[in-house]
Ligand binder design. Sequence first.
Ligand SMILES: Cc1cc2nc3c(=O)[nH]c(=O)nc-3n(C[C@H](O)[C@H](O)[C@H](O)COP(=O)(O)O)c2cc1C
Length: 385
Amino acid sequence: MSNVPHLFAPLLLRGVNLPHRIVVSSMCQYSSEDGFASDWHLVHLGSRAVGGAALVMTEATAVTPEGRISPQDLGIYKDAHVDKLRSITDFLHQQGSYAGMQLAHAGRKSSTARPWEGGKALSAAAGGWKDVLAPSALAFSADYPHPVELDLKGIQRIKDSFVTATERALAAGFDVIELHAAHGYLLHEFLSPISNLRTDRYGGTFENRVCLLLEIAKQVRKTWPEERALFVRISATDWIEDPTTGKAANGTSAGGELGWTVEQSIKLATKLREVGVDLIDVSSGGNLATARIPTGPGYQTHFAERIRREANIATGAVGMITDPVQADHIVRSGQADLVFMAREMLRDPYFPLTAARALKQEIAWPVQYTRAADGKPPVRKQLPS
Ligand SMILES: Cc1cc2nc3c(=O)[nH]c(=O)nc-3n(C[C@H](O)[C@H](O)[C@H](O)COP(=O)(O)O)c2cc1C
């Protein structure tokens, strides 16, 4: 047997012993009231666990009420949110899937309508809120709210809410926490010079712009038990840079900079590794409304590969990964340790089962479904809850 890692090889991250490499990527469902998970979340996330995902991530889960993208976002800003989340992690564990929670604050992209209701800034009458917070008072675009610049007290309150949310995620039985520092939400807004024009210790130099994320990662790592894993999702680039020339192609920041770049991502990933982050989930974009992004199969995977190699940290690849051979190749060729999948998981919640059949690899089936499998597959083992 070859030792080359592949899609169906296990991966141990601290005490999280993933049976293979397929992860359900975070996907907002905009189906909560006051942040509460519902039966929709149980069935949606539960179906993907039945489908055999090694790790099922919740959608972006707001650490404060004003940190929600829409009034219908999932939240973990109240103790009362824990109970229903606990029943969801129990079900995922019964199916042999690990449970991950993505912790988020939407920053200047909060207080908007859910996508199928237009996605634009919400008035107070329509359920929006006025305390839309950001590193600097710069709107994402004309369709988004005009944010208020956070003061130091406000920053401290947000840091504290990530820590409290971590305590609640532990009580709810999650195995993995992922800090959402991508897609133009609050933590990404601090990282990037196009959205962070601060002149205090949280803005200006690279060291200052990464300070908030590092402080939160450090605090969360201290709070989160040693045997549970901590991931960070980043946007590897703002896509201002033209990847072929390295020059600004999509406009520059107010200060004329190229925005957030892959080189900065590598430096940041190194620092995150040093504070105990286990994996960087590598996405891109979301902070510049006019960015032109060259999408296509696996279009972000090369960023995961560079960060993995140059920052010496485990990575997750995400973005238009839809095919078993493609996903297997990403792991075999050392581009990433995990494959995060979103839309294909909506089309086919059983993707891990079908991919294992296609690649002739072994995967455990729910005992109730084994008559649909080839031969006699191993039966799911419950994880402790
Ligand atoms: C319906 C939907 C909701 C999403 N919500 C989130 C989210 O809550 N957090 C996040 O980091 N990414 C979110 N994303 C992005 C996905 O996690 C993923 O990065 C992106 O869709 C690219 O992967 P794909 O090509 O496999 O869909 C969402 C994507 C979709 C389609």
